[in-house]
Each structure stands twice: as structure tokens, then as C-alpha cells.
Design a protein around this ligand. Structure first.
Ligand SMILES: [Zn+2]
Length: 188
């Protein structure tokens, strides 16, 4: 059984040679390409959770973790959460690792390595989604970065997005994707 939301998350950036980065498309809401990440749960701390999730999602072993930053994001998740509380305290890491990234069939619809230039293209698609230029069904079919990950990629200096767009991305990250779908079908 899935535990309730603990409002604590880890996110792990998985860099590779040639300024490339491994991202997952989990194929479930919220849509988008994302780094390794999940709730802290009972892993015993952010570093332990980051190691466990990286092994679980990509089948690779973390050699070391470089803490990047911690921040609160009001992002929606699939889990049941406390009343009047929505969002997560995120612990972001950059991993040094060994192994061959392999998607766990239960965990991912896709696993790909993107060059930094492609991250910018994905982030701009997320920006278009956050602003409303790309509809939720369009975004789900051909996603950019997952909303929180567009923000983290900017914070990490991997992509560059305007400040007003970032605040739209943060606002939208708080909404359930199905609500966005319903809104998009409402005649204007
Ligand atoms: Zn949660």
C-alpha cells in the first residue's frame, strides 16, 4: 500500500559524459521527463533515499552524492496528503555513479540521455504548458520536463527560463494534472 505523502522529497541529477543527463518518463502523472526522485519515506534520511531511489529507478549504484540545495516547492503528488498542506521539502543531489542505466519496467515508460541543449528545449515546452500554450493532453503525449524539474534545472543552471515563467511553473506544479485537463476542456 502506498504510504501517505510525507512532504519530503529527494531529487537526484544523473549526469553523464559530454554534458548529458539521464532522465525518466515515468508514464504516470505528473507528466514529463524527470530526474530520479521520490518521497523520503522510511529510507532513514535524504542521502539514503537518494541512493535507494537511484538504484531502484535506474539500476545504477551511487558512488557519491553532491548536495546541491534544499527548497520547498508546493508541487502536487499522487499520494494522499495532510489537509491544508500541499508540497514538498526537496533535497537535491548530483550523483556520481557507476553501472549501466536500465529502466525498471514498473517505474518508467522511458529512459533517455539528453544533452544540455535538449534540456533547454524540454524546459521551454514545460514553460509553454505552464502558460497554457500547450494543452495537458498535448503535454502528456509529448512532454517537456516535469514541472518541478523544469524549476530545478533552472536552479541548477542547466536551463535558463524567465522569472515570470518560473513563477507560472511553480503555480502549476501545485495543481493536479487531471484538474488541468478538465480546465482545458472548459469552453472559454
Ligand atoms: Zn507527496
Amino acid at each position: 500500500m502506498v504510504p501517505p505523502c510525507d512532504h519530503e522529497c529527494v531529487g537526484v541529477v544523473i549526469p553523464d559524459a559530454g554534458d548529458t543527463y539521464w532522465l525518466l518518463d515515468r508514464g504516470k502523472p505528473p507528466p514529463g521527463w524527470a530526474g530520479v526522485g521520490d518521497h523520503l519515506d522510511d529510507h532513514g534520511g535524504p542521502e539514503a533515499a537518494a541512493r535507494a531511489k537511484t538504484l531502484e529507478e535506474l539500476s545504477i549504484t551511487v558512488v557519491s552524492l553532491i548536495p546541491a540545495f534544499e527548497d520547498w516547492l508546493p508541487n502536487w503528488c499522487r499520494r494522499r496528503h495532510q489537509p491544508r498542506k500541499l508540497g514538498h521539502h526537496w533535497h537535491l543531489f548530483i550523483a556520481e555513479w557507476r553501472g549501466q542505466p536500465t529502466p525498471e519496467p514498473e517505474e518508467a515508460r522511458g529512459l533517455r540521455r539528453f544533452h544540455r541543449r535538449q534540456l533547454q528545449v524540454l524546459a521551454e515546452r514545460t514553460a509553454a504548458y505552464a502558460i497554457g500554450d500547450v494543452t495537458p493532453p498535448q503535454f502528456a503525449a509529448d512532454p517537456g520536463l516535469e514541472l518541478p524539474w523544469a524549476y530545478w534545472a533552472h536552479r541548477l543552471g542547466l536551463v535558463d527560463l524567465p522569472r515570470d515563467v518560473l513563477s507560472r511553473i511553480i503555480d502549476r506544479s501545485a495543481l493536479p494534472p487531471d484538474v488541468l485537463s478538465l480546465n482545458s476542456r472548459t469552453p472559454s
